[in-house]
Design a protein around this ligand. Structure first.
Ligand code: ATP
Ligand code: MG
Length: 421
């Protein structure tokens, strides 16, 4: 911050009065900058008068000088020439906006807008925005076109139980649990697409990594030879995001007390069978074909960390553990998950692009092909081999910011208990 005149528009996070001097800690609306506004009665009786009455939480506009020599330890010092209170709280502040008195997560969520005045809280959401920016930048450089597919749908990707129903002019519609079907249909006309999108899932989750409305970065690419082509893009994307945050979020990371280190690459690749072997070796009783639950994911994460890998792909899942659209290979499937220290970040794979095989797969999963007629239609007109992934944005932000609960990185989380704010 250069010396000279400034205008600070922000909120008062704390007030200290010391004889003839008032110190206001003001956070400005734009980034993480905290200002220590100094108002002396001897120099500026009018502003001092106003400052003496100002309350924590007020929105203010301060005009003043940043002196050449800084004495304040916290924040850039501003010698105020004028102070205008543009809005005052009409109720008791629900939490301490300076962040010195810690607040419970519930309270941070209930009053998120005020919590965002706490530098640490604001840092999390600034990092989140950078993650999205980096993801877009990477995908666009690799020829992916951003698309937007409908969120009110006539059919879900994986069947009924996990779908939110909506009344659509007397017909039943569903909130999209993913853009899966649409992004695949687009492969019949565009070769590379991506979408930053909400996922709506109606399961009664009660974990620290599931929400009923979450966000993902979904990508789909055509003319691939196998799942490895997709994994390379996903790995590149994740590494790019880590590196982008590391080099563009210096202030935010130091506010969070974090060092961001990109996971060791190339990411480890293990097959489902190898993972099963490791898990059985650690005492898990698993049948071949079972999907891994959160306990197994955690154990596998430990095993990988011991080998020096934070991020790793699990490939070749049994077909029965994966949805109908994944390409089958005997009892296996051309699928992968990307996990980070025991938490799933993404799922993907090569899709079935052959019409007849796809119809057969839909039937085998106990679904009715006629309900997917609109989707199947796109597979009649030169659908190329393709694949893609869905990457959990909230979870990626969790691992980058070190959050333990997904609710810390989502402004207004939606879970079973929470529909407002
Ligand atoms: P999980 O097994 O962890 O419940 P999933 O396999 O059901 O996830 P996918 O359908 O593979 O989820 O979705 C792609 C990615 O989106 C997941 O890897 C995860 O990162 C994220 N995701 C999926 N569902 C949720 C959710 N309910 N809350 C937060 N993130 C989610
Ligand atoms: Mg998955």
């Amino acid at each position: 911050m250069l010396a000279g005149s400034v205008e600070v528009r922000g909120w008062v996070n704390s007030v200290r009065r010391l004889g003839g001097i008032v110190f206001l800690e003001v956070i400005d609306g734009s980034d993480l900058q905290v200002y220590t506004v100094v108002i002396k009665r001897s120099e500026n009786p009018g502003a001092w008068e106003a400052a003496n009455r100002v309350r924590v939480g007020s929105a203010v506009v301060v005009k003043g000088e940043v002196p050449g020599v800084q004495v304040s330890r916290r924040g850039v010092e501003v010698r105020a020439e004028s102070l205008a209170v543009v809005s005052e709280p009409i109720d008791v502040m629900p939490l301490d906006p300076s962040g010195r008195t810690p607040a419970l997560l519930d309270n941070l969520i209930n009053h998120r807008y005020v919590a965002l005045r706490i530098p640490r809280q604001r840092a999390i959401f600034r990092v989140r925005a950078l993650v999205v920016k980096a993801a877009r930048e990477f995908l666009e450089r690799h020829g992916f076109l951003e698309v937007h597919t409908p969120k009110i749908c006539g059919a879900g990707a994986e069947g009924g139980a996990t779908l939110f129903r909506v009344d659509y002019f007397g017909r039943t519609a569903y909130l999209a649990q993913s853009p899966q079907l649409y992004k695949q249909m687009l492969m019949c006309g565009l070769a590379r697409v991506y979408e930053v999108t909400p996922y709506f899932r109606a399961e009664p989750f009660s974990t620290v990594r599931h929400l009923n409305e979450s966000w993902g970065v979904d990508a789909e690419m055509a003319f691939i030879e196998g799942p490895e082509d997709v994994m390379k893009v996903l790995e590149g994307l994740v590494l790019y995001v880590f590196e982008y945050v590391r080099s563009n979020a210096g202030k935010e990371l130091s506010e969070l007390g974090l060092e961001v280190r990109a996971p060791r690459s190339p990411f480890k690749r293990i097959t489902y069978d190898e993972a099963l072997e490791i898990l059985r070796g650690r005492g898990c009783k698993l049948e071949w074909g079972d999907d891994f639950g959160s306990d197994e994911e955690r154990l596998l994460g430990q095993a990988m960390v011991e080998e020096g890998y934070d991020a790793y792909f699990i490939t070749d899942y049994p077909w029965r553990a994966k949805p109908f659209y994944i390409m089958r290979e005997g009892q296996l499937s051309r699928s992968f998950d990307l996990d980070y220290r025991g938490m799933e970040l993404a799922s993907g794979g090569q899709r079935e692009h052959r019409y007849d095989e796809l119809v057969r797969s839909i039937r085998e999963k106990g679904l009715d092909p006629s309900e997917f007629a609109f989707y199947l239609e796109a597979f009649k007109y030169g659908m190329p081999p393709h694949g893609g992934f869905g990457l959990g944005l909230d979870r990626l932000v969790m691992v980058i910011t070190g959050a333990q609960n997904i609710r810390e990185v989502v402004l207004f989380p939606r879970d079973r208990q929470r529909l407002v704010p």
